[in-house]
Design a protein around this ligand. Structure first.
Ligand SMILES: [Fe+2]
Ligand SMILES: [Zn+2]
Length: 329
């Protein structure tokens, strides 16, 4: 019998490696290629050898990532005592009535669904009560001695929600609300024939003295939902520019989006964006990267090619959202 498994593209282990020290994304095939291609990144502070060692470190981290994630997830599910266990099971009462109204008739104009610019929508998503409890839960987890993974190579502070036990919560939110909404708001080329069939969900936090902003980038997602959960902060607006290269179109201006608690911004993952520095306080955002296997199997958004080789991941993991059929016994 054949079964479908989620996969990563093999480029994950050689491309799109972010080097924070020089604020650049690089690719690595071998030492010689790297020395040749990145001469221009060398400075008095960063020798090519130092940069290479950072690349090795990142590749090594990626190779061990799934095994490490599994260990953390197991320990969290065994030992962590949630503050609000009831939050872990999705309930529609967590959602703002306005959001449910938008999702029930996504094609008709709705005063709460704001189209901010081409392909950028803003809307209330959760209730205030949910955000308040969720934030307390997140802080409770942060203060616990549980092991914590990094959300991605650009954020140092944050929480991986799939490790904390929110996979089925996000699955339900995606299947029941976000996928149908995205199908109505975006053209086929962004949701594909399979729809948004997997995700990666995490919290990023920005605090004075820790990460305060995020440089211009695109997401490893077809469609991203970014919801501000709180807390008290000033600054930290999101800004959007042009599309990344697979969908390059010319927009002349940046769109700035002020982000208030309970409000979500829905956008295409390849719409280049960043966050401005926060000026005070601390800010927590829930980010859901939603992926479509039908799109990714044709074009990997990280190497911009049809995946050469799909590497299956564990069954409790969505990998990079590609799918392959394998023989199962
Ligand atoms: Fe992003
Ligand atoms: Zn790839």
């Amino acid at each position: 019998m054949m079964k479908k498994v989620f996969c990563r593209c093999s480029c994950y282990f050689k491309e799109n490696i972010y080097l924070q020290q020089v604020d650049a994304h690089v690719h690595y095939i071998n030492d010689e290629q790297f020395r040749q291609d990145y001469k221009n990144l060398v400075s008095s502070e960063n020798s090519i050898e130092q940069l290479l060692s950072l690349v090795y470190k990142e590749i090594n981290r990626r190779e061990n990532l799934d095994a490490e994630a599994r260990k953390r997830k197991d320990q969290i599910s065994r030992e962590y005592q949630p503050l609000y266990p009831e939050l872990y099971k999705f309930q529609s009462k967590f959602l703002s009535e306005k959001f449910k109204e938008i999702c029930s008739q996504p094609k008709s104009s709705n005063e709460y669904l704001q189209r901010l610019s081409n392909g950028i929508y803003s809307m209330p998503v959760f209730t205030k009560e949910f955000c308040t409890q969720f934030l307390e839960e997140l802080k409770h987890f942060e203060a616990s001695p549980m092991p914590k993974g990094r959300p991605n190579s650009m954020n140092n502070y944050g929480i991986l929600l799939d490790e904390l036990g929110f996979t089925s919560f996000i699955d339900e939110l995606r299947n029941q609300y976000l996928n149908p909404l995205a199908q109505a708001l975006f053209s086929d080329g962004y949701v594909g024939s399979t729809g948004l069939d997997s995700h990666k969900a995490f919290i990023v936090s920005y605090k004075i003295g820790e990460d305060v902003d995020l440089s211009y980038h695109y997401d490893n997602a077809e469609i991203t939902l970014n919801v501000s959960i709180g807390d008290q902060f000033e600054g930290g607006d999101l800004y959007f520019g042009t599309m990344a290269k697979a969908h390059r179109t010319v927009f002349s201006n940046f769109t700035f989006v002020e982000h208030k608690p309970t409000i979500g911004v829905l956008h295409r993952g390849q719409h280049l964006h960043g966050t401005e520095p926060i000026k005070s306080g601390e800010r927590y955002n829930l980010i859901i990267w939603m992926r479509s296997s039908s799109i990714r199997n044709q074009l990997c958004p990280m190497c911009w090619k049809k995946p050469e080789c799909l590497i299956p991941v564990d069954s409790d993991n969505y990998g990079d959202g590609m799918i392959k059929s394998i023989e199962s016994n």
